[in-house]
Design a protein around this ligand. Structure first.
Ligand code: G6P
Ligand code: MG
Length: 220
């Protein structure tokens, strides 16, 4: 049977949260706003616009529209500078093993990310050719927990949503997968990702037998 396997990018395939953190922290500090790693956690899966809105809310700051656009651009320039130095060593453990196994089993594989930089990152870590479809922040109008990104992914793969499986590290992403009627697999902390159908610390815990079971499973 052919299923659709849809992967989030940041925090699932690569650990880019540290680069988002550095760039947002510099921006927040330049505005006199403090910004902690705990706050950065809350920006996982959150779009660039919404992230800046949240930082301004935390710092109780109001800025003009022009300033907002300028800051978003500045943040992204710094982030692009970090990711320009990325290479295959930044792929999270056992991600290539799982992707290669799915390929070998002739399953359909898509990326479903909120990031507008997803394609550049996949190229830097040399994984772009592992995906049959790539849906990112440039293709969607509604952010997770809206299921749009995953539904477009399923459509591009030609697989019905009920036959798709999503790997996600953010709460909003798990909710999006559930709303789309897809099997949701949390990658991270079970106490945070409790709404997922399954949770694993990382891909080292995802064995071939589990994947085989997913191929024949249906979301209930
Ligand atoms: C992912 C990350 C977020 C990031 C968002 C937009 O969902 O988890 O932290 O803000 O993508 O990324 P971008 O690269 O477009 O700024
Ligand atoms: Mg993520």
């Amino acid at each position: 049977m052919k299923k659709g396997f849809i992967f989030d990018l940041d925090g699932v395939i690569v650990d880019t949260a540290k680069y988002h953190f550095l760039a947002w922290q510099n921006l927040a500090n330049s505005l006199g706003i403090s910004f902690s790693e705990e706050q950065n956690e809350q920006l996982k899966g959150v779009s660039r616009v919404r992230s800046l809105e949240k930082i301004l809310e935390w710092g109780n700051k109001t800025i003009s529209e022009e300033e907002f656009t300028r800051l978003m651009h500045e943040k992204n320039e710094e982030y692009l500078n970090y990711i320009s130095k990325m290479d295959t060593s930044e792929i999270l453990p056992d991600v290539p093993r799982v992707l290669d196994y799915l390929m070998k089993e002739q399953q359909a594989i898509a990326l479903g990310s909120a990031s507008k930089n997803a394609r550049i990152i996949l190229e830097k870590v040399e994984l772009k050719n592992k995906f049959h479809a790539i849906v990112d922040g440039t293709n969607v109008s509604k952010a997770k927990p809206d299921p749009e990104v995953f539904l477009i992914g399923a459509q591009e793969l030609g697989i019905s949503p009920g036959d798709c499986v999503v790997f996600e590290d953010s709460v909003a992403g798990i909710q999006a997968a559930n709303v789309a009627n897809m099997i949701s697999i949390g990658i991270g902390d079970p106490s945070v990702l409790g709404e997922a159908d399954y949770v694993f610390k990382d891909f080292t815990e995802i064995k071939e037998e589990f994947i085989n079971n997913l191929v024949s499973a249906k979301k209930v």
